[in-house]
Design a protein around this ligand. Structure first.
Ligand code: DGL
Length: 275
């Protein structure tokens, strides 16, 4: 076993930091290694093959750093790459290592928040087109009706720090109106992209009376339960309470923007993927 075996947390950019923040609250004793593939973000509009290739390169990098367990804290990567990595790649690389996503843990509980069982899912184009949420939610809540809305402008707004501006008002309202026009009974909306929690104040303004659910704490609680059910994995992950941040793009940008998503100062290192 490598001396340090942090839990790997991956996103195309900054969004996964909203998940990491919750993981650290619930499981503070573990070591964490975060990677944002900022140089190649956004993933949301990229093809299945490209998202798989990028995500697989990231997973291989995490393994080379000693990680035994990697969380894809990115819905787009979870929707487009996770299954292939779990079923095809992991058995060839190391059958004991694990890569987990964010869609299944969210789908397992999201129906519990809704009275009407009419759920809205706001996500990137890639996640919406994959229909992963529709399929997974109906597996756990067969009576639920899932309405999806792709919000292609939301990640660029967040990545460019425009999430508090008037441009964000326009696009948030537009996508919410489109979603809510699909059913007047939607009482719960899932933010199925880890970037979207930064838009929460605006979303709540334009969706009064509707429950807006972010994934961070759902994913964190699910990982805690997973580690309780799999003590052998919990044993293989190191526990010194450290957090390391890496990015494939500028560390100065990552440190400045990452702090907003993580809620605390971050100091990143640069790494290269796909070379
Ligand atoms: N944060 C990612 C997600 O949860 C997507 C951002 C992107 O488009 O790269 O889907």
């Amino acid at each position: 076993m490598a001396q340090s075996a942090p839990i790997g947390v991956f996103d195309s950019g900054y969004g996964g930091l909203t998940v990491l923040k919750e993981l650290v609250k619930v499981l503070p004793e573990y070591d964490y290694l975060y990677l944002g593939d900022n140089a190649r973000a956004p993933y949301g509009t990229r093809s299945f093959e490209t998202v798989y290739q990028y995500t697989f390169e990231a997973v291989q990098w995490f393994f080379s750093q000693g990680c035994e367990l990697v969380v894809l804290a990115c819905n787009t990567a979870s929707a487009k790459a996770l299954r292939t990595i779990q079923q095809k790649d992991l058995p060839l690389i190391d059958a004991h290592k694990r890569v987990l996503g964010v869609i299944r843990p969210t789908a397992e509980v999201i129906g519990n928040y809704s009275k009407s069982q009419q759920l809205g899912v706001m996500a990137t184009q890639g996640t919406v087109l994959s229909k992963s949420y529709e399929i997974e939610i109906n597996r756990f809540f067969p009576k639920a009706k899932v309405y999806q809305e792709a919000c292609p402008m939301w990640v660029p707004l967040v990545e460019n720090k425009e999430y508090e501006g008037a441009g964000a008002d326009y696009f948030v309202k537009q996508n919410l109106d489109q979603l809510l026009s699909k059913s007047p009974e939607i009482d719960t909306i899932l933010l199925a992209c880890t970037h979207y929690p930064l838009l929460l104040p605006k979303i709540e303004t334009f969706a009064k009376g509707i429950k807006i659910i972010s994934q961070g704490s759902i994913v964190a609680n699910s990982l805690m339960e997973y580690l309780l059910r799999h003590p052998e994995m919990a044993d293989r992950c190191s526990k010194n309470g450290t957090i390391k941040f890496c990015t494939t793009d500028s560390t100065a940008d990552f440190d400045a923007n990452g702090a907003i998503f993580f809620g605390k100062p971050v100091k990143s290192m640069h790494i290269l993927l796909g070379h």
